[in-house]
Design a binder for this molecule. Sequence first.
Ligand code: S3P
Length: 429
Amino acid sequence: MSEYIVNKSKFVFTGEINIPPDKSISHRAVFLSSFNKDMTKITNLLLSDDVKTTMYSLGAIGVMFAENNGKFFTRGTGIREYLPSPETIDCGNSGTTARLLTGLLAGQNFESVLDGDESLRKRPMDRVKTPLEEIGAEIYTTDGKFPVKIKGSKIKGGHIKLDSGSAQVKSAIIFAGLTGESELTIETKIKSRDHTEILLEYFTDNIIVEDNIIKITPNPIIKNDLIDIPNDPSSAAFFIVGSLLNEGSSIKLEKICLNPTRIKFIEILQEMGGDISYENISNISGEKVGDILVKHSNLKGIDISGEDIPLIIDEIPILSLAMSLAEGDSNILGATELRYKESDRINSIVSELSNLGADINQINDDIKIKGKQILNGGTCKSHFDHRIAMMLAIAATRCTNEVQILDSNCVSISFPNFFEIFEQFRKNI
Ligand code: S3P
Protein backbone atom coordinates (compact mmCIF):
# COMPACT_ATOMS: atom_id res chain seq x y z
CA MET A 1 0.00 0.00 0.00
CA SER A 2 1.37 3.42 -0.97
CA GLU A 3 0.01 6.80 -0.06
CA TYR A 4 0.80 10.23 -1.36
CA ILE A 5 0.09 13.34 0.69
CA VAL A 6 -0.37 16.79 -0.75
CA ASN A 7 -0.37 19.14 2.22
CA LYS A 8 -1.95 22.54 1.88
CA SER A 9 0.29 24.22 -0.73
CA LYS A 10 0.05 26.55 -3.63
CA PHE A 11 0.90 25.11 -7.06
CA VAL A 12 2.05 27.16 -10.03
CA PHE A 13 2.98 25.20 -13.18
CA THR A 14 5.58 26.99 -15.27
CA GLY A 15 8.18 26.32 -17.96
CA GLU A 16 8.83 23.17 -19.97
CA ILE A 17 7.48 19.90 -18.59
CA ASN A 18 8.79 16.59 -19.97
CA ILE A 19 5.84 14.33 -20.72
CA PRO A 20 6.55 10.57 -21.08
CA PRO A 21 6.30 8.73 -24.42
CA ASP A 22 2.88 7.65 -25.65
CA LYS A 23 1.62 4.43 -24.06
CA SER A 24 -0.65 3.30 -26.92
CA ILE A 25 2.05 3.86 -29.56
CA SER A 26 4.73 2.21 -27.38
CA HIS A 27 2.63 -0.99 -27.11
CA ARG A 28 2.15 -0.99 -30.87
CA ALA A 29 5.82 -0.26 -31.63
CA VAL A 30 6.80 -3.30 -29.56
CA PHE A 31 4.15 -5.52 -31.18
CA LEU A 32 4.99 -4.45 -34.73
CA SER A 33 8.73 -4.81 -34.20
CA SER A 34 8.08 -8.45 -33.26
CA PHE A 35 6.87 -9.06 -36.86
CA ASN A 36 10.38 -8.17 -38.09
CA LYS A 37 12.93 -11.03 -38.15
CA ASP A 38 15.67 -8.43 -38.51
CA MET A 39 16.52 -5.82 -35.91
CA THR A 40 14.14 -2.89 -35.27
CA LYS A 41 15.34 0.15 -33.32
CA ILE A 42 12.75 1.91 -31.14
CA THR A 43 13.51 5.36 -29.73
CA ASN A 44 11.57 7.17 -26.98
CA LEU A 45 9.83 3.96 -25.86
CA LEU A 46 7.71 4.33 -22.71
CA LEU A 47 9.16 2.09 -20.02
CA SER A 48 6.07 1.97 -17.82
CA ASP A 49 4.58 -1.14 -16.19
CA ASP A 50 2.01 -1.62 -18.99
CA VAL A 51 4.55 -1.48 -21.83
CA LYS A 52 6.96 -3.75 -19.93
CA THR A 53 4.08 -6.21 -19.71
CA THR A 54 3.82 -6.25 -23.51
CA MET A 55 7.60 -6.81 -23.74
CA TYR A 56 7.56 -9.67 -21.19
CA SER A 57 4.55 -11.24 -22.95
CA LEU A 58 6.21 -11.15 -26.36
CA GLY A 59 9.44 -12.36 -24.73
CA ALA A 60 7.50 -15.43 -23.57
CA ILE A 61 6.75 -16.31 -27.21
CA GLY A 62 10.27 -15.90 -28.55
CA VAL A 63 10.82 -12.17 -29.18
CA MET A 64 14.16 -10.71 -28.03
CA PHE A 65 14.77 -7.21 -26.69
CA ALA A 66 17.97 -5.35 -25.86
CA GLU A 67 18.60 -1.84 -24.53
CA ASN A 68 21.51 0.46 -25.23
CA ASN A 69 21.62 4.02 -24.00
CA GLY A 70 17.85 4.47 -23.84
CA LYS A 71 17.28 2.95 -27.29
CA PHE A 72 15.55 -0.41 -27.66
CA PHE A 73 16.34 -3.10 -30.16
CA THR A 74 13.92 -5.88 -31.02
CA ARG A 75 14.64 -9.07 -32.90
CA GLY A 76 11.27 -10.51 -33.84
CA THR A 77 10.28 -13.97 -34.98
CA GLY A 78 8.09 -13.08 -37.95
CA ILE A 79 4.31 -13.07 -37.67
CA ARG A 80 3.76 -16.82 -38.06
CA GLU A 81 6.80 -18.07 -36.16
CA TYR A 82 6.27 -17.14 -32.53
CA LEU A 83 7.14 -19.94 -30.11
CA PRO A 84 4.57 -21.50 -27.77
CA SER A 85 4.94 -20.21 -24.21
CA PRO A 86 5.54 -23.08 -21.77
CA GLU A 87 3.61 -21.10 -19.14
CA THR A 88 0.51 -18.95 -18.81
CA ILE A 89 1.33 -15.47 -20.14
CA ASP A 90 0.75 -12.84 -17.46
CA CYS A 91 -0.78 -9.66 -18.96
CA GLY A 92 -0.64 -7.91 -15.57
CA ASN A 93 -2.91 -4.85 -15.47
CA SER A 94 -2.73 -4.14 -19.20
CA GLY A 95 -5.94 -4.26 -21.24
CA THR A 96 -4.00 -3.27 -24.37
CA THR A 97 -1.57 -6.23 -24.00
CA ALA A 98 -4.49 -8.58 -23.30
CA ARG A 99 -6.59 -7.62 -26.33
CA LEU A 100 -3.81 -7.14 -28.90
CA LEU A 101 -1.99 -10.34 -27.88
CA THR A 102 -5.24 -12.32 -28.12
CA GLY A 103 -5.59 -11.16 -31.73
CA LEU A 104 -2.00 -12.07 -32.57
CA LEU A 105 -2.14 -15.50 -30.91
CA ALA A 106 -5.51 -16.44 -32.45
CA GLY A 107 -3.82 -17.27 -35.76
CA GLN A 108 -0.74 -19.15 -34.47
CA ASN A 109 -0.38 -22.92 -34.75
CA PHE A 110 -0.16 -23.49 -30.98
CA GLU A 111 -2.30 -23.06 -27.90
CA SER A 112 -1.79 -20.17 -25.43
CA VAL A 113 -3.25 -19.26 -22.04
CA LEU A 114 -3.40 -15.61 -20.91
CA ASP A 115 -4.16 -14.30 -17.43
CA GLY A 116 -3.85 -10.99 -15.57
CA ASP A 117 -4.22 -9.23 -12.23
CA GLU A 118 -7.45 -8.80 -10.24
CA SER A 119 -8.44 -5.69 -12.23
CA LEU A 120 -7.76 -7.26 -15.65
CA ARG A 121 -9.75 -10.37 -14.61
CA LYS A 122 -12.81 -8.09 -14.27
CA ARG A 123 -12.53 -6.58 -17.77
CA PRO A 124 -14.51 -7.93 -20.74
CA MET A 125 -12.80 -10.23 -23.25
CA ASP A 126 -16.00 -11.20 -25.11
CA ARG A 127 -15.67 -8.00 -27.13
CA VAL A 128 -12.53 -9.46 -28.78
CA LYS A 129 -13.56 -13.13 -28.72
CA THR A 130 -16.80 -12.56 -30.71
CA PRO A 131 -15.34 -10.76 -33.76
CA LEU A 132 -12.20 -12.94 -33.72
CA GLU A 133 -14.36 -16.08 -33.83
CA GLU A 134 -16.19 -14.61 -36.83
CA ILE A 135 -12.89 -14.83 -38.74
CA GLY A 136 -12.00 -18.34 -37.57
CA ALA A 137 -10.45 -18.01 -34.09
CA GLU A 138 -11.17 -20.43 -31.24
CA ILE A 139 -11.08 -18.73 -27.85
CA TYR A 140 -12.30 -19.91 -24.42
CA THR A 141 -12.90 -17.24 -21.77
CA THR A 142 -13.82 -17.50 -18.09
CA ASP A 143 -17.37 -16.13 -18.07
CA GLY A 144 -16.42 -13.67 -20.81
CA LYS A 145 -13.25 -12.58 -18.98
CA PHE A 146 -9.66 -13.61 -18.11
CA PRO A 147 -8.10 -16.17 -17.92
CA VAL A 148 -8.52 -17.09 -21.60
CA LYS A 149 -7.33 -20.06 -23.63
CA ILE A 150 -6.57 -19.44 -27.31
CA LYS A 151 -6.54 -22.62 -29.38
CA GLY A 152 -4.60 -21.26 -32.38
CA SER A 153 -6.38 -21.73 -35.70
CA LYS A 154 -6.44 -20.58 -39.31
CA ILE A 155 -7.75 -17.02 -39.67
CA LYS A 156 -9.99 -16.49 -42.68
CA GLY A 157 -10.01 -13.41 -44.86
CA GLY A 158 -13.19 -11.72 -46.07
CA HIS A 159 -15.11 -8.80 -44.63
CA ILE A 160 -15.98 -8.03 -41.02
CA LYS A 161 -18.07 -5.20 -39.57
CA LEU A 162 -17.06 -3.85 -36.16
CA ASP A 163 -19.73 -2.13 -34.05
CA SER A 164 -17.35 -1.52 -31.16
CA GLY A 165 -15.70 1.88 -30.59
CA SER A 166 -12.71 0.15 -28.98
CA ALA A 167 -9.29 0.67 -30.57
CA GLN A 168 -8.06 -2.40 -28.73
CA VAL A 169 -10.68 -4.60 -30.39
CA LYS A 170 -9.97 -3.09 -33.82
CA SER A 171 -6.23 -3.65 -33.32
CA ALA A 172 -6.76 -7.29 -32.26
CA ILE A 173 -8.66 -7.93 -35.52
CA ILE A 174 -5.94 -6.20 -37.55
CA PHE A 175 -3.25 -8.37 -35.93
CA ALA A 176 -5.28 -11.55 -36.50
CA GLY A 177 -5.79 -10.47 -40.14
CA LEU A 178 -2.01 -10.18 -40.57
CA THR A 179 -1.64 -13.84 -39.54
CA GLY A 180 -4.46 -14.93 -41.86
CA GLU A 181 -4.78 -16.82 -45.13
CA SER A 182 -6.18 -14.10 -47.39
CA GLU A 183 -7.08 -10.42 -47.48
CA LEU A 184 -9.34 -9.13 -44.69
CA THR A 185 -11.37 -5.93 -44.84
CA ILE A 186 -12.55 -4.37 -41.59
CA GLU A 187 -15.44 -1.89 -41.63
CA THR A 188 -15.62 0.28 -38.52
CA LYS A 189 -18.76 2.07 -37.39
CA ILE A 190 -17.33 4.25 -34.61
CA LYS A 191 -14.10 6.25 -34.83
CA SER A 192 -11.42 5.33 -32.29
CA ARG A 193 -7.67 5.94 -31.95
CA ASP A 194 -5.90 4.77 -35.12
CA HIS A 195 -2.27 4.27 -34.05
CA THR A 196 -2.20 0.64 -35.20
CA GLU A 197 -3.23 1.68 -38.72
CA ILE A 198 -0.77 4.61 -38.84
CA LEU A 199 2.23 2.63 -37.54
CA LEU A 200 1.42 -0.35 -39.75
CA GLU A 201 1.30 1.96 -42.78
CA TYR A 202 4.71 3.38 -41.82
CA PHE A 203 6.29 0.02 -40.95
CA THR A 204 4.84 -2.37 -43.58
CA ASP A 205 3.19 -2.59 -46.98
CA ASN A 206 0.21 -4.57 -45.67
CA ILE A 207 -2.51 -2.05 -44.89
CA ILE A 208 -4.67 0.34 -46.89
CA VAL A 209 -7.09 2.63 -45.06
CA GLU A 210 -9.91 4.37 -46.92
CA ASP A 211 -12.44 6.22 -44.75
CA ASN A 212 -13.84 3.57 -42.40
CA ILE A 213 -12.50 0.56 -44.36
CA ILE A 214 -9.20 -1.06 -43.37
CA LYS A 215 -7.74 -3.55 -45.85
CA ILE A 216 -5.19 -6.01 -44.42
CA THR A 217 -2.93 -8.25 -46.51
CA PRO A 218 -1.45 -11.11 -44.44
CA ASN A 219 2.25 -11.68 -43.82
CA PRO A 220 3.80 -8.24 -43.23
CA ILE A 221 6.57 -7.04 -45.51
CA ILE A 222 8.70 -4.76 -43.36
CA LYS A 223 9.86 -1.49 -44.95
CA ASN A 224 11.36 0.40 -41.97
CA ASP A 225 13.70 -0.52 -39.16
CA LEU A 226 13.34 2.54 -36.93
CA ILE A 227 10.30 3.60 -34.92
CA ASP A 228 10.35 6.88 -33.00
CA ILE A 229 7.55 7.55 -30.50
CA PRO A 230 5.95 10.92 -29.71
CA ASN A 231 4.95 11.92 -26.16
CA ASP A 232 1.60 11.04 -24.63
CA PRO A 233 -1.30 13.53 -24.84
CA SER A 234 -3.24 11.56 -22.20
CA SER A 235 -0.35 12.02 -19.72
CA ALA A 236 0.00 15.66 -20.80
CA ALA A 237 -3.68 16.15 -19.94
CA PHE A 238 -2.95 16.17 -16.19
CA PHE A 239 -0.49 19.08 -16.40
CA ILE A 240 -2.62 20.86 -19.03
CA VAL A 241 -5.58 20.89 -16.63
CA GLY A 242 -3.28 21.65 -13.65
CA SER A 243 -2.04 24.75 -15.48
CA LEU A 244 -5.50 25.89 -16.57
CA LEU A 245 -6.72 25.62 -12.96
CA ASN A 246 -3.88 27.38 -11.14
CA GLU A 247 -3.23 31.12 -11.27
CA GLY A 248 0.12 32.21 -12.69
CA SER A 249 0.65 28.94 -14.60
CA SER A 250 2.11 28.92 -18.12
CA ILE A 251 3.68 25.74 -19.54
CA LYS A 252 5.13 24.24 -22.72
CA LEU A 253 4.93 20.50 -23.47
CA GLU A 254 7.13 19.29 -26.32
CA LYS A 255 6.75 16.64 -29.03
CA ILE A 256 3.23 15.60 -28.01
CA CYS A 257 1.25 13.28 -30.28
CA LEU A 258 -1.43 15.46 -31.91
CA ASN A 259 -3.28 12.63 -33.66
CA PRO A 260 -6.87 13.95 -34.06
CA THR A 261 -8.28 10.83 -32.34
CA ARG A 262 -6.36 11.78 -29.18
CA ILE A 263 -6.74 15.55 -28.76
CA LYS A 264 -10.51 15.92 -28.57
CA PHE A 265 -10.06 16.73 -24.85
CA ILE A 266 -8.00 19.79 -25.85
CA GLU A 267 -10.80 21.00 -28.15
CA ILE A 268 -13.24 20.54 -25.25
CA LEU A 269 -11.00 22.47 -22.83
CA GLN A 270 -10.61 25.25 -25.45
CA GLU A 271 -14.40 25.41 -25.77
CA MET A 272 -14.58 25.69 -21.98
CA GLY A 273 -12.36 28.79 -22.28
CA GLY A 274 -8.90 27.23 -21.90
CA ASP A 275 -5.94 29.12 -23.41
CA ILE A 276 -4.20 26.22 -25.24
CA SER A 277 -2.24 26.53 -28.49
CA TYR A 278 0.17 24.52 -30.65
CA GLU A 279 3.53 25.21 -32.31
CA ASN A 280 6.32 23.33 -34.12
CA ILE A 281 4.00 20.86 -35.86
CA SER A 282 5.83 17.96 -37.54
CA ASN A 283 5.55 14.20 -38.12
CA ILE A 284 7.18 11.26 -36.33
CA SER A 285 6.83 7.68 -37.66
CA GLY A 286 3.59 8.68 -39.38
CA GLU A 287 2.06 10.51 -36.38
CA LYS A 288 1.36 14.26 -36.22
CA VAL A 289 3.29 15.85 -33.32
CA GLY A 290 3.82 19.34 -31.93
CA ASP A 291 4.41 21.45 -28.83
CA ILE A 292 1.47 22.48 -26.63
CA LEU A 293 1.35 25.84 -24.82
CA VAL A 294 -1.07 26.32 -21.92
CA LYS A 295 -1.90 29.32 -19.72
CA HIS A 296 -4.10 29.65 -16.63
CA SER A 297 -7.72 30.36 -17.70
CA ASN A 298 -11.19 30.68 -16.22
CA LEU A 299 -13.25 27.72 -17.41
CA LYS A 300 -16.99 27.43 -18.13
CA GLY A 301 -19.11 24.25 -17.95
CA ILE A 302 -19.88 22.12 -21.04
CA ASP A 303 -21.95 19.09 -22.12
CA ILE A 304 -20.31 16.07 -23.78
CA SER A 305 -21.94 12.99 -25.22
CA GLY A 306 -22.14 10.22 -27.80
CA GLU A 307 -19.47 10.07 -30.49
CA ASP A 308 -16.99 12.11 -28.45
CA ILE A 309 -16.76 9.54 -25.64
CA PRO A 310 -14.34 7.06 -27.38
CA LEU A 311 -12.13 10.02 -28.36
CA ILE A 312 -11.74 11.27 -24.75
CA ILE A 313 -12.03 7.92 -23.00
CA ASP A 314 -8.77 8.25 -21.04
CA GLU A 315 -9.17 11.94 -20.26
CA ILE A 316 -12.66 11.85 -18.69
CA PRO A 317 -11.23 11.65 -15.13
CA ILE A 318 -9.19 14.85 -15.54
CA LEU A 319 -11.94 16.57 -17.59
CA SER A 320 -14.36 15.81 -14.72
CA LEU A 321 -12.02 17.68 -12.39
CA ALA A 322 -11.85 20.65 -14.79
CA MET A 323 -15.67 20.66 -14.91
CA SER A 324 -15.89 20.47 -11.10
CA LEU A 325 -13.93 23.73 -10.91
CA ALA A 326 -15.58 25.49 -13.90
CA GLU A 327 -18.31 28.09 -13.77
CA GLY A 328 -21.76 26.52 -14.31
CA ASP A 329 -22.99 22.99 -14.99
CA SER A 330 -21.41 20.21 -17.05
CA ASN A 331 -22.72 16.82 -18.14
CA ILE A 332 -20.90 13.77 -19.52
CA LEU A 333 -23.61 11.66 -21.10
CA GLY A 334 -23.50 7.98 -22.02
CA ALA A 335 -20.05 7.15 -20.63
CA THR A 336 -20.83 3.41 -20.26
CA GLU A 337 -17.37 2.35 -21.53
CA LEU A 338 -15.81 3.97 -18.46
CA ARG A 339 -17.20 1.11 -16.38
CA TYR A 340 -14.75 -1.31 -18.10
CA LYS A 341 -11.45 0.49 -17.54
CA GLU A 342 -8.73 -0.15 -14.93
CA SER A 343 -11.49 0.64 -12.39
CA ASP A 344 -15.19 1.39 -12.88
CA ARG A 345 -14.24 4.97 -13.66
CA ILE A 346 -17.75 6.43 -13.35
CA ASN A 347 -17.78 5.20 -9.76
CA SER A 348 -14.21 6.13 -8.95
CA ILE A 349 -14.48 9.65 -10.43
CA VAL A 350 -17.78 10.41 -8.71
CA SER A 351 -16.95 8.91 -5.32
CA GLU A 352 -13.46 10.41 -5.02
CA LEU A 353 -14.28 13.89 -6.32
CA SER A 354 -17.34 13.93 -3.98
CA ASN A 355 -14.98 12.98 -1.13
CA LEU A 356 -12.96 16.09 -1.90
CA GLY A 357 -16.11 18.25 -1.87
CA ALA A 358 -17.08 18.45 -5.56
CA ASP A 359 -20.76 18.59 -6.53
CA ILE A 360 -20.80 15.53 -8.79
CA ASN A 361 -23.31 12.70 -9.25
CA GLN A 362 -23.90 9.67 -11.44
CA ILE A 363 -27.25 8.88 -12.98
CA ASN A 364 -27.11 5.59 -14.89
CA ASP A 365 -24.01 6.07 -17.08
CA ASP A 366 -24.11 9.89 -17.04
CA ILE A 367 -21.94 12.14 -14.85
CA LYS A 368 -23.55 15.42 -13.72
CA ILE A 369 -21.39 18.18 -12.30
CA LYS A 370 -22.11 21.61 -10.80
CA GLY A 371 -18.97 23.72 -10.88
CA LYS A 372 -17.47 25.26 -7.70
CA GLN A 373 -14.67 27.72 -6.89
CA ILE A 374 -12.70 25.43 -4.62
CA LEU A 375 -12.61 21.87 -3.19
CA ASN A 376 -12.10 20.85 0.46
CA GLY A 377 -9.63 17.98 0.59
CA GLY A 378 -9.53 14.76 2.63
CA THR A 379 -8.59 11.11 2.15
CA CYS A 380 -9.30 9.50 -1.19
CA LYS A 381 -8.53 6.25 -3.03
CA SER A 382 -6.97 5.65 -6.44
CA HIS A 383 -8.95 2.42 -6.90
CA PHE A 384 -5.55 1.14 -8.17
CA ASP A 385 -6.25 3.19 -11.31
CA HIS A 386 -3.35 5.37 -12.56
CA ARG A 387 -5.56 8.00 -14.18
CA ILE A 388 -7.64 8.41 -11.01
CA ALA A 389 -4.48 8.80 -8.85
CA MET A 390 -3.07 11.53 -11.12
CA MET A 391 -6.43 13.32 -11.36
CA LEU A 392 -6.62 13.39 -7.54
CA ALA A 393 -3.12 14.90 -7.27
CA ILE A 394 -4.14 17.72 -9.64
CA ALA A 395 -7.39 18.11 -7.66
CA ALA A 396 -5.28 18.61 -4.51
CA THR A 397 -3.80 21.77 -6.05
CA ARG A 398 -7.23 23.40 -5.65
CA CYS A 399 -8.16 22.03 -2.19
CA THR A 400 -8.23 24.15 0.96
CA ASN A 401 -7.07 21.21 3.12
CA GLU A 402 -4.58 18.36 2.90
CA VAL A 403 -5.28 15.52 0.43
CA GLN A 404 -4.16 11.96 1.08
CA ILE A 405 -4.22 9.65 -1.97
CA LEU A 406 -4.24 5.96 -1.05
CA ASP A 407 -2.66 3.35 -3.37
CA SER A 408 -0.96 6.05 -5.39
CA ASN A 409 1.95 4.09 -6.88
CA CYS A 410 -0.28 2.77 -9.68
CA VAL A 411 0.88 5.90 -11.60
CA SER A 412 3.74 3.64 -12.80
CA ILE A 413 1.28 2.06 -15.27
CA SER A 414 1.61 5.05 -17.61
CA PHE A 415 3.62 7.88 -15.95
CA PRO A 416 6.31 6.48 -13.63
CA ASN A 417 7.82 9.87 -12.62
CA PHE A 418 4.51 11.73 -12.31
CA PHE A 419 4.90 12.67 -8.62
CA GLU A 420 8.53 13.81 -9.06
CA ILE A 421 7.45 16.25 -11.77
CA PHE A 422 4.35 17.29 -9.82
CA GLU A 423 6.45 18.15 -6.74
CA GLN A 424 8.60 20.60 -8.70
CA PHE A 425 5.65 23.00 -8.90
CA ARG A 426 4.70 23.03 -5.22
CA LYS A 427 5.22 26.43 -3.55
CA ASN A 428 4.97 25.92 0.23
CA ILE A 429 2.94 28.57 2.04
C1 S3P B 1 -6.16 1.98 -25.84
C2 S3P B 1 -7.47 2.13 -26.16
C3 S3P B 1 -8.50 2.57 -25.21
C4 S3P B 1 -7.87 3.24 -24.00
C5 S3P B 1 -6.70 2.50 -23.45
C6 S3P B 1 -5.63 2.32 -24.50
C7 S3P B 1 -5.24 1.47 -26.85
O1 S3P B 1 -9.23 1.43 -24.80
O2 S3P B 1 -8.83 3.42 -23.00
O3 S3P B 1 -6.14 3.20 -22.36
O4 S3P B 1 -4.01 1.59 -26.69
O5 S3P B 1 -5.74 0.93 -27.85
P1 S3P B 1 -10.46 0.88 -25.68
O6 S3P B 1 -9.94 0.72 -27.04
O7 S3P B 1 -10.86 -0.44 -25.10
O8 S3P B 1 -11.53 1.92 -25.54
